[in-house]
Design a protein around this ligand. Structure first.
Ligand code: PLP
Length: 396
C-alpha cells in the first residue's frame, strides 16, 4: 500500500481525533494502581468528570466500551421483568433496547422515524396513562449518533414531572458529553451513560455512569444479576481513590490531560465551538443542495451532521472514494440508514481549519463520486466561520 502522506482526517462521530497532549499522556509508564500516585490520579479524574457531567453525586468509570456502561445503568437500578420506556430515535436507541430485553426487562419501545428526537409530549402521555406506576425507568439517548438528532432532556424531565411519575430517568450522553450542553443534577437525571472516545478526546476503553441519590437508592433494591458492573465495590474502592480490580491506568492518565484541556478552554467555550462548527457544516450541506437528515432545528446535533444522499446514490461509495482519494474517514449510515446517509463528525478536538479541510474533502468527494450537487459548500461554511470567528481586533 502507498503511504498516505499527511494526517488522516478522522471525521467519524467517535472515536474522535486524539490531541497530541493526550497521546503523550497515554504513553507515560504505567504506575502501581495500589500506590498513592494512583489514588491522587483517580480522585482527580472522578472529580473532573463530575464537573463535566454537572453531577454532584458519584461518577463510576469501568474499563469498557459504552455498551458496558448501558448495561451497568440497567443492572444496578432494575429488577427482572421491570418495565422500561424507550424511544426509537435511531440505531443506538434500538441497540440499548436490545440490551435491556436480553437482560429480562420489559421494554415499551415507542416507534420513531429516525429523523427526530424524543417527543416530550409523548413521554407525558405515556407516563400519565401508567397510573399503576408500572414503568420503572425512562431511558433516552441524548444525542442519537446514527441520525444527528438530539432529544431535549430538560423538557423530557419536565414532562415526567408533569405526569407526576416516579420512574427513574436514564440518559445516554455518549456522544453529547463534552460537546452538547448536559446538566445532570439540574435536569434531574438519575443515571447518565458516557464513554471515553467522543467529546472526552480519548481512545475507546472507558464506560462511565454518573449517578443521582435516587439511583443509589434504587441500586440497593435492584435484583438483576450483576457482578462486573456492580457499582457497590466500585464506589467503596473509589472512596480511597482505588478500583476493585486492575484499572485502565494509562487511559486515566489520558483522561486527566483531556479534562485539563477542556477546563483550560472552558466548558462553555467548548460547547459554543461545537455549536458553531455544526452550523457551519449545515450551511455547507445546504449549499451543496443536499439534505440534513434531522428535520427539527431545535434538535440539530452539535456533534455530528447526518447527510441524506440523493436518490440512486450510494453513501458508502462516496465514503470509500473520500478515504482513498483524500485520506478522510466519514461516518457510515447505520442500521436502516446504511448506504443512504453519511455522517460528518465535528466533535472533539477540532478547529476551524480542520473543519474546513473536512468539508473540502466531502465537496471533492461529491465531485469524484458523481453525486449531483452545487459547488460552494465549503465557501458557505467559511463565510459563516469568518462572520462568527472569535478574533480580537476585528475590523468592521
Ligand atoms: N450510544 C451512543 C449514542 C453511541 O454513539 C454509541 C457508539 O457510538 C454507543 C451508545 C455504543 O458505544 P460503544 O460502541 O462504545 O459500546
Amino acid at each position: 500500500m502507498v503511504y498516505p502522506s499527511g494526517r488522516h482526517f478522522l471525521q467519524i462521530p467517535g472515536p474522535t481525533n486524539i490531541p497530541d497532549r493526550v497521546l503523550r499522556a497515554l504513553a507515560a509508564p504505567t504506575i502501581d494502581h495500589r500506590g498513592p500516585g494512583f489514588s491522587r490520579l483517580a480522585r482527580e479524574v472522578l472529580e473532573g468528570l463530575g464537573r463535566v457531567f454537572g453531577c454532584s453525586g458519584p461518577v463510576v468509570v469501568f474499563p469498557s466500551s459504552g455498551t458496558g456502561a448501558w448495561e451497568a445503568a440497567l443492572v444496578n437500578t432494575l429488577s427482572p421483568g421491570d418495565r422500561v420506556l424507550m424511544f426509537e430515535t435511531g440505531h443506538f436507541a434500538a441497540l440499548w433496547c436490545g440490551v435491556a430485553r436480553r437482560l429480562g426487562l420489559e421494554v415499551e419501545f415507542v416507534p420513531g422515524d429516525w429523523r427526530h428526537g424524543v417527543d416530550p409530549g409523548e413521554v407525558r402521555r405515556r407516563l400519565a396513562a401508567d397510573w399503576r406506576g408500572e414503568t420503572k425507568a425512562v431511558a433516552v439517548v441524548h444525542n442519537e449518533t446514527s441520525t444527528g438528532c438530539t432529544s431535549r432532556i430538560a423538557e423530557i424531565r419536565e414532562a415526567m414531572d408533569e405526569a407526576g411519575h416516579p420512574a427513574l430517568f436514564l440518559v445516554d450522553v455518549i456522544s453529547s458529553l463534552g460537546s452538547i450542553e448536559y446538566r445532570h443534577d439540574e435536569w434531574g437525571v438519575d443515571v447518565a451513560v458516557g464513554c471515553s472516545q467522543k467529546g472526552l478526546l480519548l481512545p475507546p476503553g472507558l464506560g462511565i455512569n454518573a449517578l443521582s441519590e435516587r439511583a443509589l437508592e434504587a441500586s440497593r433494591g435492584a435484583r438483576l444479576p450483576r457482578s462486573y458492573w456492580d457499582w457497590r465495590p466500585m464506589l467503596e474502592s473509589n472512596e480511597e481513590g482505588y478500583f476493585p480490580y486492575t484499572p485502565p491506568t494509562n487511559l486515566l492518565f489520558g483522561l486527566r490531560e483531556a479534562l485539563a484541556m477542556l477546563f483550560e478552554e472552558g466548558l462553555e467555550n467548548v460547547l459554543a465551538r461545537h455549536r458553531r462548527h455544526a452550523e457551519a457544516t449545515r450551511r455547507a450541506v445546504r449549499a451543496w443542495g443536499l439534505e440534513v437528515l434531522c428535520l427539527e432545528p431545535a434538535e440539530y446535533s452539535a456533534s455530528l451532521t447526518a447527510v441524506l444522499m440523493p436518490e440512486g446514490h450510494d453513501a458508502d461509495l462516496l465514503r470509500r472514494l473520500v478515504l482513498e482519494g483524500f485520506n478522510m474517514s466519514l461516518g457510515a449510515g447505520l442500521g436502516k440508514l446504511a448506504g443512504r446517509v453519511f455522517r460528518i463528525g465535528h466533535l472533539g478536538d477540532l478547529n476551524d481549519l480542520m473543519l474546513v479541510g473536512a468539508l473540502g474533502g466531502v465537496e471533492m468527494g461529491l465531485s469524484v463520486a458523481g453525486v449531483p450537487h452545487s459547488k460552494g459548500g465549503v465557501m458557505a461554511a467559511m463565510e459563516y466561520l469568518v462572520e462568527t470567528a472569535p478574533v480580537a481586533g476585528r475590523r468592521a
